[in-house]
Design a protein around this ligand. Structure first.
Ligand SMILES: [Zn+2]
Length: 348
C-alpha cells in the first residue's frame, strides 16, 4: 500500500520512510499535460524505492512519463534517490533531467561523492569542539553511512536559477533562494495559486536544522534569519514542506521560527558564560548525553551555527588553543554595546 495522498487535483504528496528520529520525508509529484515533475526523492533505502514503485503503479505513471526531477536542496533525504529514479526511467527509454541549484550541485559533489575528506574535516572540527578523538571519529564517521544512501548519483545535474521561473506540471513557479538550512536551497512559489513548495526552509512541529558543517558557507543562521524575514509578507495559502504537516499559517510560522532562534541564541549565550567549549554549550542547550550519534552530530552543528552568529553580533569571542573556547565579551551587556572603536550604541 503506497503512502501517497492527493493535495490538489494535480499535486500528490509521497511520504517515504527515513531510518532516523525524523522518520519520514515528503516528496511531491505534479501532473501536467506534458508529463510528471518529481520534487525531491528520498534516501536510497529499499523501503523508499518500493514507495516510488508502488506510487508509480497506483498513479499509472510510466517511467517515460517523468519529465523532470527537481531537488530543493542537497541533503541526502531529498537528493538520495535522484540518481536511482533517473536510472529507472532511463531503463525504459528516456532519462529525465535532474535539476538543483549550482551551490547544491557543488555541495553534493564535495560531500556525498567525496565524503572521505568531509569526514576528515568533520572529525578535526569535532575535536576542536571538545570531543575526545574517539568520540569525534565515531560521530564524523556516521557521514559514510548516510553518503552511501545517496548513490547512484545522477549522470548530470542541471543548475536551477533563483529569480527565474520554472514550469512544473501545468503551473509556473518562481524560484526563490532560501539559504540557511542548506546552502543553495531553492523553494518554488506559484503566485497565481499562492502555493509554495518550501523544502525544509519552513516546517511545522519541528524547527528546521540550522547547522555549520565543513564545506558549508559561513553564518548559516544569520542567512537563515535574513531569508525568513525576506519571506515575510509573501502571500501563501498553502506551503508543502519536506517533513511534517502542511503549512497553512505561513506568517505565524515564520514569526515562531524567528522567535525560536532569538531564544536559542539567548540560551547559547547563557551557556557560554565565563567560558565553554562547543560540547559544553551543546550539553547545556541540548542535553547531549541523551542523543544518539546521528542527533549528536546535528546538535553540535546547530550549536556551532548559533555560536557563529553570536560572534558576528560581537556578543562572544572564540579563543583557539587546540580546542575552541568561547567566552562572553565583557563589553557586551544586553541593551548596551561598546564597539571596538570605542563608539557606543543602544540596541532594541
Ligand atoms: Zn529534509
Amino acid at each position: 500500500m503506497s503512502n501517497y495522498r492527493k493535495i490538489e487535483d494535480d499535486i500528490f504528496q509521497l511520504r517515504l520512510p527515513l531510518p532516523f528520529a525524523l522518520n519520514h520525508v515528503q516528496c511531491y509529484l505534479l501532473r501536467g499535460d506534458d508529463g510528471w515533475t518529481i520534487v525531491d526523492t528520498g534516501l536510497n533505502t529499499s523501503a523508499a524505492r518500493t514507495g516510488w514503485q508502488e506510487t508509480f503503479a497506483a498513479l499509472h505513471i510510466a517511467p517515460g512519463d517523468v519529465k523532470q526531477i527537481i531537488i530543493t536542496h542537497c541533503h541526502p533525504d531529498h537528493y538520495g534517490l535522484a540518481g536511482w529514479l533517473q536510472e529507472q526511467c532511463r531503463a525504459a527509454g528516456t532519462a529525465p533531467p535532474v535539476f538543483m541549484s549550482s551551490r547544491g550541485i557543488t555541495f553534493a559533489e564535495q560531500v556525498w561523492q567525496r565524503y572521505e575528506s568531509q569526514i576528515e574535516q568533520m572529525e578535526a572540527d569535532f575535536h576542536h569542539c571538545g570531543m575526545t578523538p574517539r568520540q569525534a571519529a565515531t560521530v564524523a564517521n556516521e557521514v559514510s553511512v548516510v553518503a552511501s544512501r545517496t548513490s547512484p548519483h545522477p549522470e548530470y545535474i542541471h543548475p536551477l536559477q533563483a529569480g527565474a521561473t520554472i514550469q512544473m506540471g501545468n503551473r509556473q513557479f518562481e524560484m526563490i533562494h532560501t539559504p540557511g538550512h542548506a546552502d543553495g536551497q531553492i523553494i518554488f512559489y506559484d503566485a497565481a495559486d499562492q502555493l509554495l513548495l518550501c523544502g525544509d526552509h519552513v516546517l511545522n512541529d519541528i524547527t528546521p536544522h540550522i547547522g555549520r558543517w565543513p564545506n558549508g558557507d559561513p553564518d548559516p543562521l544569520g542567512r537563515y534569519l535574513t531569508s525568513l524575514r525576506q519571506l515575510s509578507g509573501l502571500a501563501v495559502r498553502l506551503a508543502l514542506p519536506g517533513h511534517k504537516t502542511l503549512i497553512t499559517r505561513w506568517q505565524e510560522r515564520l514569526d515562531e521560527l524567528l522567535r525560536h532562534h532569538e531564544l536559542r541564541l539567548q540560551h547559547t549565550l547563557n551557556a557560554v558564560g565565563h567560558g565553554a567549549t562547543v560540547f559544553e554549550v551543546g550539553q547545556k542547550v541540548f542535553g547531549l548525553e541523551n542523543l544518539n550519534v546521528h542527533n549528536l552530530r546535528f546538535a553540535i552543528a546547530e550549536t556551532l551555527a548559533h555560536l557563529d552568529l553570536l560572534i558576528i553580533q560581537d556578543r562572544i569571542s572564540c579563543r583557539e588553543n587546540g580546542v575552541w573556547r568561547y567566552v562572553t565579551n565583557h563589553n557586551y551587556s544586553s541593551g548596551h554595546r561598546v564597539h571596538r572603536d570605542g563608539t557606543e550604541n543602544t540596541e532594541r
